[in-house]
Design a binder for this molecule. Structure first.
Ligand code: A3P
Length: 334
């Protein structure tokens, strides 16, 4: 079951002046921001250049009002359907490799979504994250420029993926979450919206560029990864993640095959076949529930070939080339 009830703003607490002010701002934004066609619900709202739905817009205001970043925080950032679930599992198991044995691991009984909280899923009153031990791990689909400036003290792992595969993955995923009050979203409609940039957390290209620019400004603060490189050389990425999170793989661990253990534990084959990921829902905040199995579909590079015509491929590749031109970002050529 997937539900996505619409946010009605009725949860404002009378006694919290700051929260009430924030709710007023949310209401005002919903009335005034430019609207575009939603994938899950009828509308998305263009907020500072990026498309958010009601719930994510509210979460963004909550993060700006209440989230207190720590310089030791590591934030996994991604455009949705770029490999977030995989990275959540990899980052969590790499960082906590002394805490769990690989034969009886937390991930055997808990979904990857439960390992790292999404900033988009925060609600009021906000969870007390000060009780989390450092380095705290968070995840977000917000573009870098939509996050509070004070988060520049945090470290970011950004994972991106060929937009053609992101589109196909997202269309499958969102089709199941789409409001039952709306007609199904055809692949052609989704393609058109995606190319126009009208897509939750999008435009895709500006999202990637927001983190790429931050990476150029502070390369030591952002680890920029690609889903495709993770598929081809997972061991290289796991070592990079371990270094980046301040817990490099030791010689002893190398000898004991720890990198291979992490990769096997977090592989698509292993995670998608665990009972815990086949049944039930992951809850995100108060309003969103997603079937756990929805986070695992094919886990391949190039599935877009089964959905996009030559003309569609050329259109997306052309947009990517034009948007990334001069940025130093390598296009996705597969
Ligand atoms: P497909 O729909 O192309 O199969 P996200 O986690 O950001 O929502 O991305 C979901 C995509 O990552 C889906 O892609 C999903 O199948 C794939 N995925 C999930 N877990 C994975 C894993 N362990 N290894 C590789 N791909 C994985």
């Amino acid at each position: 079951m997937s539900t996505f009830p619409s946010f009605n703003g009725s949860e404002c607490e009378e006694d919290d002046v700051e929260y009430n002010k924030m709710c007023d701002k949310h209401k005002h934004l919903l009335e005034t921001l430019p609207k575009g066609g939603g994938w899950m619900e009828q509308h998305l709202y263009n907020y500072n250049g990026f498309w958010l739905n009601e719930m994510f817009l509210k979460a963004n205001l909550l993060v700006h009002t209440y989230f207190k970043p720590e310089p030791t925080d590591v934030v996994l950032a991604s455009f949705m359907k770029s490999g977030t679930t995989w990275l959540k599992a990899l980052m969590f198991s790499t960082l906590n490799r002394d805490r769990y044995s690989f034969s009886n691991h937390y991930l055997h009984n808990n979904s990857p979504q439960s390992t790292i909280p999404f900033l988009e899923a925060v609600s009021y009153p906000m969870t007390d994250f000060t009780t989390f031990s450092a380095p705290r791990l968070f995840a977000t689909h917000f573009a870098r420029t939509l996050l509070p400036a004070c988060m520049s003290s945090c470290k970011f792992v950004y994972v991106c993926r060929d937009p053609k595969d992101v589109l196909v993955s997202k269309w499958h995923f969102i089709s199941k979450l789409r409001s039952k009050d709306l007609p199904p979203l055809s692949f052609d409609e989704a393609f058109e919206l995606f190319c126009l940039g009208v897509s939750e957390f999008g435009p895709f290209w500006e999202h990637v560029l927001s983190y790429w620019r931050a990476n150029l400004e502070s390369p030591d603060k952002i680890l920029f990864l690609r889903y495709e490189e993770l598929k081809k050389q997972p061991e290289v990425v796991v070592r990079k993640l371990a270094d980046f999170m301040g817990k490099p793989i030791t010689m002893e661990e190398e000898k004991n095959g720890v990198v291979g253990e992490i990769i096997n534990l977090c592989s698509f084959e292993n995670l998608s076949n665990l009972e815990v990921n086949k049944k039930g829902v992951d809850k995100f905040g108060k309003l969103l529930e997603v079937e756990k199995k929805g986070f695992f579909r094919k886990g391949e590079i190039g599935d877009w070939k089964n959905y996009l015509s030559e003309e569609m491929k050329d259109r997306i590749d052309g947009i990517t080339e034009q948007k990334f031109k001069g940025s130093g970002l390598i296009c996705f050529s597969e």
